[in-house]
Design a protein around this ligand. Sequence first.
Ligand code: ADP
Ligand code: ZN
Ligand code: ZN
Length: 669
Amino acid sequence: MRQIIRIALDVPLDGLFDYYAPAGELLGAADIGLRVRVPFGRQMRIGVLTALPKHSELAETRLKDADAVLRDLPPLPAEWFRLCEFCAAYYHAPLGEVMLSTLPARLRRIDPPRARTPRRTARTPFPCPAPALTDEQEAVLAAITGEEGFHPYLLHGVTGSGKTEVYLRLIARALAAGRQALLLVPEINLTPQLEERVAARFPDVPLVSLHSELGEAARAQHWRAAFEGAARIVLGTRLAVFTPLPDLGLIIVDEEHDASFKQQEGMRYSARDVAVFRARARDIPIVLGSATPSLESWANATDPRTRARYQLLTLKARAIGGARLPAVRRIDTRQEKLQDGCCDALLAAINMRLARGEQSLVFLNRRGYAPVLSCPACGWISHCRRCAANLVLHLADRRLRCHHCGFECRVPKHCPTCGNQDIMPFGRGTQRLEAALAARFPYARVLRVDRDAAKSRKQWEALVARIRAGEADILVGTQMLAKGHDFPKLTLVGVLGADAALFAADWRAAERLFAQLMQVAGRAGRADLPGEVIIQTQYPDHPLYAALVRHDYAGFAEAQLKEREQAGFPPYTYQAMLRAESPHMADAIAFLATARAWPQAAEYPEVMLYDPVPMRLARRANLERAQLLVESPSRRVLQAFLTPWRSAVAAIKTPSRLRWHLEVDPMAF
Ligand code: ADP
Ligand code: ZN
Ligand code: ZN
């Protein structure tokens, strides 16, 4: 009798896989969670040992021998199993895919390259003592119970209100209690500053960061330090939420509203939601912090019907004595003649900053020179051949580029259809604004900060360093500049082209716009230098802008939630999205229609299946895309439906090039 072992593998097949234990090995319950090398198809693969079943459903003659049990790492713990099982069940993803995709690449490899000692990032922090807390910070910390147990908190505080200081104090508490702390941040770009700040506060505490830009060896080493309990503070982006942490006692999710917490490929999960699940399973406190919480979290903290699942904590004032919130002004562009897209008031305000040696930021969330190139003679416009989208003109390197599929080509010298030589850029992107401002203010140093100017983290850090050193007078930037940065001399923010989001088909656009504008406004002004924000709009009376003028997140959130409730949108309903892509739209739609016609759907009267429709970007990289929305007023009912439905969907016969996926709690539409 050979011993049977059950293995989770990252393969596109549901279920676990049975093998014989390698010859000569006798495995026990304590070995569950070890990695195992097994043959699969014509390859070897790494899987995770999940069980030692007495029998296999497979005929014993068909079982293959596992190749080796790897003991370079202790078994993955039961808590990690539960977390993966929760994700597999909730997101309807194969357990093997979940388990393996949460491990560092090196641990999934058959033949990991020889470990080089990872380069130490020379971190010699200047120890930085804690400041005396403000009254508000004291109150917040007093409200956060020191007790064990699951306590979810939503910490709402404007930019600069001292949330990070609160996190540091909570981390200190956890460390003093002998626990590990996990601090999640949305962006890799934000980790270095925060890492510095945390390290400066806890110079003697082992700290590791975990994010996708780390080299494979460094990531595996950091992960291992966390897993073995050597690292006491773990700072990371969304993937870090799965790190096994033996002494975990506190989770903090900073900028909890940020869309980067949502994984958009493979298993599509929300790291914030997974973090909340993990805190509950582990019975520990979790703090979600933001200046502009997601409406889901806000509802969880304020709606009496949810019986206030989260405890709301508020920091109203900026932490540094006297620092005020910037004055926000709306300029009605219907009444104004614009020059290069800017109104007189903005140009005058920039001029004044130049005279005073302060910095201005003009925010335009559209990169490139112009969103499209067109021919006034025949009406030709620069379309992407592979997507239902326009090619964006990038004059800096004279290319036309598709922002969806990456296709690019040279800028044509004349119209490809009629030969007209006067083809014209239409609309305005950051490059065009940069050029116009440079021409208008010839003595000013204009610096553009967008994804084209900061392609790598190095370039990004160099730009940030230049801004902080005062080597730029006028910044032209996209949302990249809005987040988490302190630029001491920045006192003016101008906002251009924000109106489009007010009437977007995506009903989350307003929430995102408000968060972005709050963030970008938060960049302006400091204790000694009051800030000013000028918003150019054709809809100055729009409630979103009115709330912004009042710095009234709560008012905005309540109004939005009311609208959502009336319209039957989340968080008052629960959604899942089935998406399909295929070279032919008809195939994608037919697949979704078959999924929709699942006969057992009638047994779930509380589940609504909408008509399959093309996605807003209906074609990307030569694939036609369609989606089917599934909705229910009850999360439990939706989940009960999705499990059998997904199996039925997986059994649908599809054309070979059709791909589909199911997303629970979808963010983008
Ligand atoms: P947030 O995370 O809410 O943006 P921070 O914690 O980064 O706010 O605080 C903003 C600024 O105020 C930082 O420069 C920080 O060092 C400072 N700060 C925070 N708390 C205090 C305090 N209690 N006393 C003095 N300065 C503080
Ligand atoms: Zn033409
Ligand atoms: Zn394209």
